[in-house]
Ligand binder design. Sequence first.
Ligand SMILES: [Zn+2]
Length: 599
Amino acid sequence: MPAALGAQAPVTYEVRFPNAVHHEAEITVTFADLPPGPLEVRMSRSSPGRYALHEFAKNVYSVSAEDGRGRALTIARPDPYGWTVAGHDGTVRFRYTLFADRADGTYSAIDLTHAHLNMPATFVWARGLEERPIRITFHPPAGSGWKAATQLVPTDDPMTFTAPNLQYFLDSPTELSAFTLREWTITSGGRTQTIRLAVHHAGTEEDVDRYTEMAQKVVAEQIAVFGEAPAFDYGTYTFIADYLPYASGDGMEHRNSTILTSSGSIAANAAGLLGTLSHEFFHAWNMERLRSRMLEPFDFERANMSDELWFGEGFTSYYDDLTIKRAGLMDLDEYARSIGAVLNAVINSPGRRYHSPVEMSRLAPFVDAAVSLDPTNRANTFLSYYTWGTAIGLGLDLTLRTRFRGITLDDYMRALWQRYGQPEIPYTIADLERALAEVTGDSAFAADFFDRYIRGRDVPDYEALLAHAGLLLRKANPGRPTLGQAQIRYDGGQAYLVSGTLVGTPLYEAGLDRGDRIISLAGRPVRSDDDVNAVLAAHAPGDVVEIRYEQRGREVTATLRLAEDPRLEVVTYERAGRPVTAEIRRFREAWLGSKAGAS
Ligand SMILES: [Zn+2]
């Protein structure tokens, strides 16, 4: 090939599944028109959106390489994630077997029903060729009836696709299976684009029709939040759903698609599945285009840290339920329950003693699918940036609605979209704060909000804020005593603490920890939950009782001060027997009513 063309030679992938039943793919990658010198072939160590190190090279084996004439080449191993190939003639044909048996948003799964491929978990690539175009051909097993669902760029051959560069390729998960497909178009910002929903499942066509209708409503509500749909790169967005008993529950955002996996079914749990669909589609704006500078460009060879997952994940989580509520697919009691669970977790979490939302975001590489043998103290020190961020989104939305006439969190999201998301300018926390100052016209408010709730560990006064919407934040079990949440396992009449104890709870203060055996409480031997409940029923919060326990072979007698059960819930004023005024109804409609079709 002439040199001028050679510089642009695509990297080509051929994928076959001769042993799908045992979860293997045979992959051949051809790197052509290479500059002289060794070729460094790599397997990714990380994957955007799932922040731990995954070491995908662990499932790669039977590796070989040959040159353009078919001569075997020697492979050196510089580290566990790479293969260095020297002595080539400008072409390296690199072959390997991949094992893959987990269908979710990060890993891959191959069997006789599908090849569910997340690209970083599946495909090697070469350093220095990141900007080359990519061409990939899938060869499904004969008679499988597999089609392809992907954001990769189609060609005339239904099983051959291209990508403009490595970043796009690695962002383009591909499902090969006999899935059910639904399509509809959306028109916004003068563009008509196609939304596809590919569902690989064991359910019926009617299930998919019903689910498609729900998805359409949520998509419309989310477009209304931002004022326009993103301009998808090839005019199409694809939901790729695997709802199969052998899939693992997950959702993962990409630029023009998402992976949705669950072991549940549309028939049994359409509403639950819709929550993930809603979350991931919102990411098409908030994460995929409105994106933290710390995640750009994503480095596939190390863990990637950012300060803003409380926003990227947390605000997205706030909107996933909110837009389902606005779409009329969730009732107010359910929405109140959902808010209550979030606020209970945030307000009662000991994690806020240790870290701010910014610092929680930085922990993602340790908490997001990270697995090690040694225990952590995360139950005490960590509060999910999803949960905390949801609460911050709620707190900011209600604060804007009550303090600034006619301004809502939707206005803030739209301002961020126009400034950073639509033009794809990565943001910093300072940018997020500045935008809040501009939307409200009050830079002191913005600085105070970020100091207290984003860089600090404070929480807004949710009770007062929710009252505007006729929602009551209250203790779920007022006056009821508790030892503090702890998991006790009863084994042969003995009571063992299975979990660590939580900072500030009676058990923690009395010195108990994981593995301890509780002998007696207030003089009563503890052999079952009935014994614990009998002691609690006979006491009130604040009472001091004796606790005897065995720890590391030593028997300890201590005093324990019972606390009031701190758990919180949110209920509607209707349920609480409080009057629902016209003002409350107006507030609810402005906040939770449909916005689609209004513009
Ligand atoms: Zn997310």
